[in-house]
Unconditional design. Structure first.
Lengths: 525, 110
């Protein structure tokens, strides 16, 4: 039997696996990467939204672009990626069996990195096996990779970032999202993601779960109900919606079976069954490493950094770099990872209710319970200021590690400061020129430009707009509030697109002055 | 080691529930009731349940129902899900044709 030998074998060509292979290849290693899919990049190519973070985390770049950059880098450093290659076994001696075509091939690596990612969780309810009940990941695959609309009327279960981001993408693809439900009492994902879904008119039902999916051979409706403290549905609270699709975004579980088979010490945690790793991703089996979601669910930005840390660590393990070289690289990466793990959504805050921002401002409870910041709450945040002339209104109300808006403003109007999680503040000493760069650069689509008295009694609101068809100047429609309710008639006065905006269009509408702090979305009549 | 008799006494007899009919493992068509009943028959680990009912042994290899089965077993046993002993991981990690598996390492012998 033939066994091919490699210095480093990587399982999974997603953000973690590719980053590790690149980092190792830069040090002279020739790694081989196996992936069972037809395309490399893992989940990155499904991510059409702009990422959070700072420049070093590739903030405000869309996920699939980051994927393209990663593939180009992999090619540049000669990383060999084998696709349609399913790793079916990993043995303690670091022997890897891979199904490629109609063959099972054997490989041996001096170091093996497992970066297999995670699988979506499911929930059971009456009718959950009906066609039309799909995972949020499946919805993303259909929409963003294959350009197929998953359904016409959709109910989303799950208010974590996946549920929120996919709900918005469903709206972008032309689906109607009839409701977003979550058994938890509060929105789990970023408030800015919730707010952009909410202002499109999607009602949030927190403390609600699915009672049943209706239909005989496919989904024709759904019943949700309010859950009590015992997580059981309170009789009489049921609500019915006509839908053809039920989308589930109820968390992910690490796909760690290979690591278990290899004999790595495992831990059963709330976040899933994960290998016990040191901070550089080394498991209990010498030479076997893990990076990305397989070692604990986070997101692509941290998976890429973890991958690079493992790549550098493996380079040292195999003798390609010295301990000092490795440590200096790992320390640099660790600092990047630490920044991403700050703020209200930091791993240490999971499941906790954070009631005050770092600045000591009350967190919007309406945002957590209904998906939008209430009118009487919005003015307490430092990004929301009132002045006559054109100025940004930054509706960023939670401490998340993200700062592209500060870099975007060439005039110095927006301040976040050294602490990347601080709420952006508007400095009225610097004059806004209305360029709109901040609006387009905000990954959370939370920045608006507001100008009073453009003509007597009327002002303008400029908002980020990522829907097609794009409205035209002169179009008349309705303005909507943060809660998705109609507030007043509106006329489109400007539509700006630019390469620098990266597909976030700037839509300017004219509304009465008294609606300038209320109107946050526009729909044609 | 769990004392099976003691544990069975502690958890009491199997009581029918209205959602027992619900499919949990789609691939092998195993219902919630079957899993609950199996626990009361003394099958406490995921490995035992898999061998007894075939849950998680189908096309998706437990990717969909794994966590759900664990939850049902843990509730029946009145312990945290993390205390339920998981199944062993074996190759092949993904479903594949026996024909291909048989040719592993060379052409199959006629």
């Amino acid at each position: 039997m033939k066994i091919e030998r490699y210095d480093m074998i990587v399982v999974g060509a997603g953000p973690a696996g590719l980053s590790a292979a690149i980092e190792a290849a830069k040090r002279g290693i020739k790694p081989i990467v196996f992936d069972e899919n037809q395309r490399p990049g893992g989940q990155l190519f499904k991510q059409i939204h702009k990422f959070f973070g700072s420049k070093e985390h590739k903030a405000k770049i869309r996920g699939f672009k980051i994927g393209e950059e990663l593939l180009a880098e992999a090619e540049q450093y000669g990383v060999k990626v084998v696709l349609n290659a399913t790793v079916i076994g990993l043995y303690p001696e670091k022997e890897v069996t891979v199904r490629i075509g109609d063959e099972v091939k054997h490989y041996k690596g001096d170091a093996v990195l497992v970066a297999t990612g995670a699988a979506e969780n499911m929930v059971n309810f009456k009718g959950w096996t009906l066609p039309g009940v799909i995972g949020a990941g499946a919805a993303q695959t259909m929409m963003n990779l294959h350009h197929i609309k998953p359904g016409n009327r959709v109910l989303m279960l799950g208010s974590g970032n996946v549920g929120l981001v996919v709900s918005f993408q469903l709206l972008q693809s032309g689906c109607e999202v009839v409701a977003l439900a979550d058994a938890a009492p509060r929105v789990g994902g970023y408030g800015v993601h919730a707010a952009k879904v909410s202002r499109c008119g999607v009602p949030f039902y927190l403390s609600h779960t699915i009672v049943e999916a209706e239909g005989t051979d496919h989904v024709t409706g759904v019943v949700i109900g309010q859950v009590g403290p015992d997580w059981k549905v309170i009789p009489g609270t049921e609500k019915h919606f006509d839908v053809d699709t039920i989308c589930l975004a109820v968390g992910l579980s690490p796909m760690s079976q290979l690591l278990k088979q290899a004999g790595c010490k495992m831990a059963d945690t709330k976040g899933g069954y994960v290998p016990v790793c040191d901070e550089d991703g080394a498991t209990s089996v010498p030479g076997v490493y893990a990076a990305g979601d397989v070692s604990g669910i986070e997101e692509a930005s941290s998976a890429m950094i973890e991958g690079r840390m493992s790549g550098a660590t493996i380079a040292e393990y195999l003798g390609y770099i010295t301990k000092e070289e490795k440590e200096s690289r790992v320390n640099e990466l660790e600092a990047q990872l630490d920044t991403l793990r700050q703020g209200m959504f930091a791993p240490k805050n999971r499941g906790k209710l954070v009631e005050k921002t770092e600045e000591g401002i009350d967190v919007s409870m309406n945002l957590l319970e209904k998906g939008y910041v209430a009118q009487d709450e919005i003015e307490r945040y430092p990004g929301v200021t009132k002045s006559k002339g054109i100025h940004p209104v930054i509706e960023c109300t939670q401490n998340i590690p993200c700062n592209p808006c500060q870099d975007a403003c060439k005039m110095g109007c927006i301040m976040i400061g050294k602490n990347i999680t601080s709420l952006p503040a508007v400095d009225s000493n610097h004059k806004c020129i209305g360029c709109g760069m901040c609006v387009a650069s905000c990954s959370g689509q939370a920045i608006f430009l507001v100008e009073e008295d453009v003509e007597p009694g009327y002002g303008e609101v400029t908002m980020p707009y990522e829907f097609l068809p794009l409205p035209e100047v002169g179009d008349k429609g309705m303005a909507y509030g943060r809660d998705g309710r109609e507030v007043c008639a509106a006329e489109v006065t400007k539509v700006r697109t630019s390469k620098a905006f990266d597909h976030t269009n700037l839509l300017t509408i004219k509304v009465p002055n008294e609606m300038l702090m209320t109107a946050r979305f526009y729909k044609a009549k | 080691m769990i004392d099976i008799q003691e544990k069975l006494k502690e958890i009491g007899p199997y009581v029918e529930a209205p959602d027992d009919y619900m499919l949990v493992c789609r691939c092998e068509e195993v219902t919630k009731g079957e899993i609950r009943k199996a626990v009361h028959e003394g099958f406490f680990t995921i490995e035992e349940i898999r061998r007894y009912l075939r849950s998680g042994m189908g096309l998706c290899q437990g990717q969909t129902c794994g966590k759900l089965v664990k939850g049902i077993v843990s509730r029946e046993l009145k312990v945290a899900p993390t205390e339920v002993e998981p199944a062993v991981s074996r190759a092949p990690m993904r479903p594949m044709e026996m024909e291909i598996l048989a040719e592993d390492g060379g052409v199959a012998h006629e």
